[in-house]
Design a protein. Structure first.
Lengths: 310, 357
C-alpha cells in the first residue's frame, strides 16, 4: 500500500486549517489570562464574531469590513465582561459563563435572517504554488490571510510576553496585581486592554468559521470550540508556542475522526472526540501536581478579584 | 464628584431585592433588543412571559422545567457556598442519566415496584461518582475544578452519544440514535390526567427541605458557610477542608444525577442524545439568582424555567430562534452580578464642592 503524497499534504493542510479558530481564540484568551483574568466567555465571543462577520459580509459585500466588524463585536462583548469583573468586581466564573450563554442566544437572534444564505468566496493566497509543489504545497499554500496570521500569532504573542516591556507589565499584573499597582501600574487599564484584545481575537476566530472554514451561518456553529480553546490555554500551560502545538493536536483529532470513519477504522468516533478533553485533564493533573512547574507560567492571581482601596 | 466606598455591612433586604431589580432590568433590556430586531416589544414580551403560563398545561410545563433546574441549583449551592466551582453539573446530569438509563434498560421488559427506586438510586450514584472526579483531582493534585468539571461535560455527552448510537440503540429502532422505551414501572408517575407534570417535583421539593435543614441547622452547614467566607478561618477552626470539598461535590453531583434520571424517567422515557437542554449550565444562573438559598432557588428556578418555556412559545408565534431564552438567562445573570456591586459598595454623590475631611 503506497501512501498518496498529495493526499497526505491535503490532510495536513486540512488539520492546520481546522486549528486556526482554536489558535486565534486561545492566543487571545492566553493574554487575558496572563493578566490574571479568567474569561469563560470565549464560546460566546466566538459565536458573536461568527454571526457579525457573516452578517456584515452579506450586508456590505466587503470582506475587510466583515473581518474588522467581527473583531469589534467580540471586543464589545468582552467589554461587558470587563466592566462587570473589573469595575463592578463581579465573580469571573459567573460573569464569563453569563457571557457565553448570552452570546449564543444573541447570535441566534441576530442570525435569524441569515440562515441558508450562501457565503462568499474568500480570496486565497499562493493558489498556484499549492498545485506546483507536492506534499508541501497543499500544506503551506492556498490558504486565507487569516490562516497565515493565526500561525504567526503565537510567535508574536511569545515575543510580546517575553521580550517587550508591555508584556512584562501584563505578566506582572497577572502574577501580583497589588505589587504592580504599588509600582504605579494601572492594573485596571492593563486588564481592560487584555480582556478587549482577547475578545477581538475570539471574534476573529469566530469569523474564520463563518467566512472561510464553512462559509455560511448555522446556529451555534462554533460547537464548543470556545471551550476547547479555554482547555487549550491550560493544556499549553499558558505558553503561546505550546498553544500552536496543542491546537494542531486538537484540530487534528477533528479531521482524523472524519477520515477514520471513511476508512472504516473501528474506533468509535466519540472516543476520539473525547480524547482532547481527557488529555487536557491529564495535562492539568501533571502540571498541577508539581507546584513549581505550574507556577512557572500560571498567572498567580488568575480569576481573583482585584480591589484597591482608593 | 462621585466617591465609592465599601459598605461596612449589607442589609438583608437589599440582598434579596437585587434579584428582583435584575429581573426588571432584564425585561427592559429584552424589550429594547426585541424592538431593535423589529418586533413589537410589549407583544414579544407577552408571548415570552405571559402566554406560556396562561393555562394549566403551561403551568405544568413550567414545573417540569423548573424541577431539574431547582434540583441542580440546590446541589450547586453547596459547592458555591464553600467556594468550590463545580460548573460541570451538565456532565453529572448526563452521567447520572446514563447510569440510571442503563438500569432502566436492564429492566426494559420487567415490571415491578422496585424498578423505579433502583433507577433513581443508580442515577444519583452515577452523578455523585462523576462529580467526585474533579473533587478528588482537586484534593490530591491541586487541579482547577472549574476546568476539570467542564471538560467532563463533553466526555459524558460523547459517552451518551456513543451509547445511544452504538451498543444501547434500540434494536427495532431503524438506527435512530435512541434506546428502547423504558417499561411503565421505570417511569415517574404522572400527577394529573392530561398533563405531563410528574412525581419528580417531589424529589426536588424534598431536596429543598433537606438542603435548608443541612445548611441552616447542622454543623456541616456551618462549616460550609465559614469556609465560603474565609478559608483561613475554616483552617484555623480545624475544619477538615478536604473531606468537605469531596462532600459538597458529592452532594451536587447526586442532585444533578437525580435531575438526569428525573428527565429520562419523567418527560422523555428513553435515552437519546439530547436529554437536557443545558439545564446543568442554566442551573448555575438559578443558584446565583436564588442567592444560594434553598427557598430563593425555588423562586429562581420558576423564573428561569419561564425563559425556556417563553423561548418555545416565542419560537412558534414570532419565529424567533429557540436560543432566544439564553439571551434572557445571560442578561439576568449580568444584571444580578452588576447589582451586587450596590450590596458591597455605596456610591456617594459629593456634589462639586471640594470634599473636606
Amino acid at each position: 500500500m503506497s501512501i498518496d503524497i498529495n493526499f497526505l499534504g491535503i490532510l495536513i493542510g486540512a488539520i492546520m486549517a481546522s486549528s486556526v479558530p482554536l489558535i486565534l481564540a486561545a492566543s487571545g484568551e492566553l493574554i487575558t489570562e496572563r493578566s490574571g483574568v479568567l474569561n469563560l466567555g470565549v464560546e460566546g465571543m466566538m459565536i458573536i464574531g461568527a454571526i457579525s462577520g457573516f452578517a456584515l459580509m452579506v450586508i456590505t459585500d466587503n470582506l475587510f469590513i466583515a473581518i474588522i466588524g467581527s473583531m469589534l463585536s467580540g471586543l464589545l462583548l468582552s467589554f461587558i465582561f470587563g466592566f462587570l469583573t473589573q469595575s463592578l468586581l463581579t465573580n469571573h466564573v459567573a460573569s464569563g459563563l453569563a457571557l457565553t450563554i448570552f452570546g449564543i442566544g444573541l447570535s441566534a437572534m441576530i442570525g435569524r435572517d441569515f440562515v441558508g444564505i450562501p457565503g462568499k468566496e474568500f480570496p486565497l493566497l499562493f493558489v498556484n504554488l499549492k498545485e506546483a509543489i507536492p506534499l508541501l504545497g497543499p500544506i503551506f499554500f492556498g490558504h486565507s490571510i487569516i490562516f497565515y496570521f493565526a500561525f504567526l500569532l503565537p510567535f508574536g504573542t511569545n515575543y510580546f510576553l517575553k521580550k517587550t516591556k508591555i508584556g512584562l507589565i501584563v505578566r506582572a499584573v497577572g502574577d501580583s496585581p497589588m505589587s504592580a499597582a504599588n509600582q504605579g501600574i494601572n492594573v485596571l487599564l492593563v486588564r481592560y486592554c487584555c480582556i478587549l484584545y482577547g475578545g477581538a481575537m475570539c471574534g476573529l476566530g469566530g469569523a474564520y468559521l463563518s467566512l472561510i472554514y464553512t462559509p455560511q451561518w448555522i446556529e451555534n456553529m462554533t460547537a464548543g470550540r470556545g471551550w476547547i480553546a479555554l482547555a487549550l490555554v491550560v493544556f499549553a500551560t499558558w505558553s503561546p508556542l505550546k498553544v500552536l502545538f496543542g491546537a494542531i493536536i486538537f484540530g487534528g483529532i477533528t479531521i482524523l475522526q472524519l477520515h477514520m470513519q471513511a476508512m472504516g477504522i473501528r474506533i468509535p468516533v466519540q472516543f476520539l472526540s473525547a480524547l482532547p478533553y481527557i488529555m487536557t485533564i491529564v495535562v492539568l493533573v501533571i502540571i498541577s501536581r508539581d507546584s513549581r512547574k505550574i507556577k512557572l507560567n500560571t498567572p498567580t492571581s488568575l480569576g481573583q478579584i482585584f480591589y484597591k482601596e482608593k | 464628584m462621585i466617591k465609592i466606598e465599601r459598605r461596612d455591612e449589607t442589609s438583608n433586604l437589599i440582598y434579596f431585592l437585587t434579584p428582583v431589580l435584575a429581573i426588571f432590568l432584564t425585561l427592559v433590556t429584552g424589550a429594547i433588543i426585541f424592538y431593535l430586531l423589529g418586533f413589537k416589544p410589549l407583544e414579544a414580551l407577552k408571548f415570552f412571559f405571559i402566554t406560556p403560563i396562561s393555562d394549566l398545561y403551561g403551568l405544568s410545563e413550567l414545573l417540569i422545567k423548573a424541577t431539574p433546574l431547582c434540583l441542580i441549583a440546590i446541589g450547586l449551592s453547596f459547592c458555591f457556598k464553600s467556594n468550590n466551582w463545580n460548573i460541570g453539573a451538565e456532565g453529572q446530569l448526563t452521567f447520572g442519566g446514563i447510569v440510571g438509563g442503563g438500569v432502566a434498560l436492564l429492566f426494559y421488559n420487567h415490571e415491578g415496584f422496585y424498578v423505579l427506586p433502583l433507577i433513581i438510586l443508580a442515577g444519583a450514584i452515577g452523578g455523585m461518582i462523576f462529580a467526585m472526579i474533579p473533587a478528588i483531582l482537586k484534593i490530591y493534585f491541586n487541579t482547577n475544578e472549574i476546568l476539570v468539571s467542564l471538560m467532563l461535560v463533553y466526555v459524558s455527552k460523547l459517552l451518551l452519544d456513543y451509547l445511544v448510537v452504538g451498543p444501547w440503540s434500540n434494536p427495532e429502532g431503524f438506527n435512530f440514535p435512541e434506546t428502547r422505551q423504558f417499561s411503565d414501572s421505570a417511569r415517574l408517575p404522572i400527577l394529573f390526567e392530561g398533563l405531563r407534570i410528574h412525581a419528580g417535583i417531589f424529589i426536588a421539593l424534598v431536596s429543598v427541605i433537606l438542603a435548608w435543614v443541612v445548611l441552616f441547622k447542622t454543623y456541616l452547614g456551618f462549616q460550609i458557610k465559614v469556609s465560603g467566607l474565609s478559608l483561613k478561618t475554616a483552617k484555623y477552626a480545624g475544619f477538615k477542608g478536604k473531606t468537605m470539598i469531596l462532600l459538597v461535590f458529592m452532594i451536587s453531583g447526586a442532585c444533578a444525577g437525580l435531575a438526569g434520571v428525573g428527565e429520562i424517567t419523567g418527560p422523555i422515557g428513553q435515552l437519546h442524545r439530547m436529554i437536557s437542554p443545558e439545564y446543568g449550565f442554566t442551573a448555575i444562573i438559578v443558584a446565583f439568582l436564588g442567592r444560594l438559598n434553598p427557598i430563593g432557588i425555588v423562586f429562581a428556578s420558576l423564573i428561569v424555567a419561564l425563559t425556556y418555556l417563553g423561548a418555545e412559545t416565542a419560537q412558534i408565534f414570532l419565529q424567533v430562534p429557540k436560543y432566544t431564552g439564553q439571551v434572557f438567562q445571560g442578561m439576568i445573570l449580568f444584571f444580578l452580578l452588576a447589582s451586587d456591586f450596590l450590596l458591597f459598595f455605596r456610591i456617594k454623590f459629593l456634589g462639586f464642592k471640594k470634599y473636606e475631611y
